[in-house]
Each structure stands twice: as structure tokens, then as C-alpha cells.
Design a protein around this ligand. Structure first.
Ligand SMILES: Nc1ncnc2c1ncn2[C@@H]1O[C@H](COP(=O)(O)OP(=O)(O)O)[C@@H](O)[C@H]1O
Ligand SMILES: [Mg+2]
Length: 326
């Protein structure tokens, strides 16, 4: 079995080709830590640290006097109901409680306070300019997206050479390299593909589909909801022009990215195919070493599929993953 920690190839990207709107994601120029408490680190990427955070229990004089919670649940660009069964905006009964105490509203606030989020922190003075551009690209792209299988960006904080991205939390962590049943693989693949259809319909290519960039909503479900994260390398494309920047992660790189002949959004489908192979076989279908891969490309063997997996192996894998169902 191979390892997941293969090196990433990040390069300068083509500039985005259209203007990106700001959606409903809040932009703040203040210290994130004055509003949120960090509980623990949940992930470490190539440039960012991701932590579990929750809102601080503070109340303004107005809310203290009125009994109204200060932290009305944040309005993300979608799925307002996910902030609590009572919704996210003030309804008439909550409005009336500006002058009288409303226990219902207070209960709602308490649950919103205990809600946890994921916070991705980037120290802009510790990374090079390309990576800073990458994070700005991620923010711009995520702002436009609204899909149940794509992570939701809620707020962006910029303060003293740090950028914080407040996102919905997926407590199950990233997709693990292990054997999944055929049914689980189908369940997860369906969600990734739906997210990609949505993305490609908007002419955005992700370019870094891999196990570490798919997170599970929780670790309890046998058939979990998964979400796509890390849009740093994503790119708006036009159908008339091929992309050329060599970027992505070795084990999911499509041949046309490596050969430099130009590529399209289909590279995301290639990478998804690699993940599906990994999930049903627990093995990498292609090379995971950058130097070996370059060697294969030089000898033109990569394009000819000379070292691709053998079909009988794949059949055995499918049988094995079906077996663990029974
Ligand atoms: N919203 C989230 N919920 C839970 N874990 C997350 C979330 N976002 C990122 N992570 C974890 O943090 C890791 C790094 O995040 P990522 O956005 O990929 O950073 P980088 O851009 O540095 O690669 C991921 O592989 C994942 O384990
Ligand atoms: Mg990542």
C-alpha cells in the first residue's frame, strides 16, 4: 500500500478570467480570536493549519439588558436552516423580544454558540506570493459556490498578516486510504461527482481532487456525507482554451497535465477515478513518486498506459470490496 503524503506540485496559476462576486460571505478586518475560541487542530495542509473553533460567550450591554443573544447565527450564503431548527434570521417573536425576554430565542442562541466551525489559518508572511495568491483564489471561488457537497465558506478575517477562513466543520476528517465496500464507494463517489458536475457547469476546475481534499461530515455514519475542500488551485476556464499550468498532486495527476499538451476540466474526472480505484483496492493505480513519474513521461510510457494497472487486478479488487459487504 502506498502513502498519501506524496509531494504536491504547485505552480503559478493562470489569472482568473472573470470577475468574482462577493456573495454573502462576511469580510472582516479584525482579530478572529476576539470572537472565536480555538479548541484543537484538526488538519494541516501544505500551507494552512485548520482548527476547530467556537464562538466566545460574550454579551453586549444591549443584549444583556434585553436578554437577546448577541450572536444571532451567522448567515452563510445558503442552508440557513443548518444553523438551528429555528432558522437564522429574526422572526416576529424574536423581534418582539427586543423589549421583552424571549426564552425561545435564548435557547436558539445557546445552540448556535455551541456550534463548532473549522478555521483555516494562513500566515501570509511565512509563505511565498504564489501561495498567498492561491488562498485569495480559494476565497474568491468558494464565495461563489453553493452546493451540499462543497464546503461552505462563512467568513473571512484578515488581521496582522494572517488570513482566517471560517468554514463549516466536517468532523469526520479527510477520506482515509483504506478498503471501502462497493456500496460505500458508490455513495461517496456519487457525492463527489455531483459536486464536480456543479463546479464544471460553472466553468470551474478544481485541479486538486485527492483523498486529503475530501472531508467527511462526521465519523459515525457508515455512509457519510462528504464535502470537497481546498480550492486553492481551482481555476475558471473557457471551453475554447486549454489550461497549461502544471499543478496538482502526483498520485492523481492526469497524463495531459504532465505532458504539458494542455488540459481541460476532465482532469478532475481522472483524479476522481484514481480515488475510486484507491477506495475499492486500497492501492494506488499509478506512480506516486514524482521522479519515477517524470521518467515514465519521458519514455512516453505514461500515455501508452504501459504501466497501468492490469484489468484482472481490478476485477479482484472489486470482488474483495464486494466481499467485505457480506
Ligand atoms: N472544513 C473542514 N472541516 C474539517 N477538516 C478540514 C476542513 N477544511 C480542512 N480540513 C482539514 O485540514 C486539512 C488541510 O486543509 P486544506 O484546506 O486542504 O489546506 P491546504 O490548502 O493547506 O492544503 C485537510 O486535509 C483536512 O484534513
Ligand atoms: Mg489540501
Amino acid at each position: 500500500m502506498g502513502q498519501c503524503s506524496v509531494p504536491k506540485m504547485r505552480t503559478k496559476k493562470e489569472p482568473a478570467t472573470h470577475s468574482l462576486h462577493n456573495g454573502l460571505v462576511l469580510n472582516r478586518k479584525e482579530n478572529f480570536l476576539s470572537t472565536y475560541v480555538v479548541e484543537r487542530q484538526i488538519g494541516q495542509g501544505s500551507m494552512a493549519t485548520v482548527s476547530v473553533v467556537r464562538k466566545k460567550l460574550t454579551r453586549s450591554p444591549l443584549t444583556q439588558a434585553s436578554g437577546i443573544p448577541e450572536d444571532i447565527p451567522m448567515n452563510g450564503p445558503r442552508r440557513f436552516s443548518s444553523f438551528g431548527s429555528r432558522g437564522s434570521s429574526l422572526n416576529s417573536s424574536q423581534c418582539s423580544s427586543l423589549s421583552s425576554y424571549n426564552p425561545g430565542a435564548y435557547t436558539l442562541s445557546k445552540s448556535s454558540r455551541s456550534r463548532k466551525f473549522a478555521m483555516k489559518t494562513i500566515y501570509t508572511n511565512r509563505i511565498n506570493k504564489n501561495l498567498v495568491n492561491e488562498i485569495r483564489n480559494e476565497i474568491n471561488v468558494l464565495r461563489q459556490l453553493d452546493h451540499p457537497n462543497i464546503i461552505q465558506l462563512l467568513e473571512v478575517y484578515e488581521y496582522r498578516k494572517r488570513i482566517y477562513l471560517l468554514m463549516e466543520l466536517c468532523e469526520g476528517g479527510p477520506l482515509q486510504i483504506k478498503l471501502y465496500t462497493e456500496a460505500q464507494t458508490c455513495h461517496i463517489m456519487g457525492q463527489i461527482l455531483r459536486a464536480l458536475v456543479y463546479l464544471h457547469e460553472q466553468n470551474i476546475v478544481h485541479r486538486d481532487i485527492k483523498m486529503e481534499n475530501i472531508v467527511l461530515e462526521n465519523f459515525i455514519d457508515e455512509y457519510p456525507t462528504v464535502k470537497l475542500i481546498d480550492f486553492g488551485l481551482s481555476q475558471v476556464y473557457t471551453c475554447s482554451e486549454k489550461l497549461r499550468a502544471v499543478c496538482g498532486t502526483i498520485y492523481t495527476l492526469a497524463p495531459e497535465v504532465i505532458t504539458g499538451e494542455g488540459y481541460t476540466a476532465k482532469v478532475d474526472m481522472w483524479a476522481t477515478g484514481v480515488l475510486m480505484y484507491l477506495m475499492i483496492s486500497n492501492e494506488f493505480p499509478f506512480l506516486t513518486n514524482e521522479f519515477e513519474l517524470q521518467d515514465e513521461v519521458k519514455k512516453k510510457r505514461f500515455m501508452e498506459g504501459k504501466f497501468f494497472f492490469q484489468l484482472p487486478d481490478l476485477v479482484k479488487c472489486v470482488e474483495r470490496s464486494t466481499d467485505i459487504n457480506h
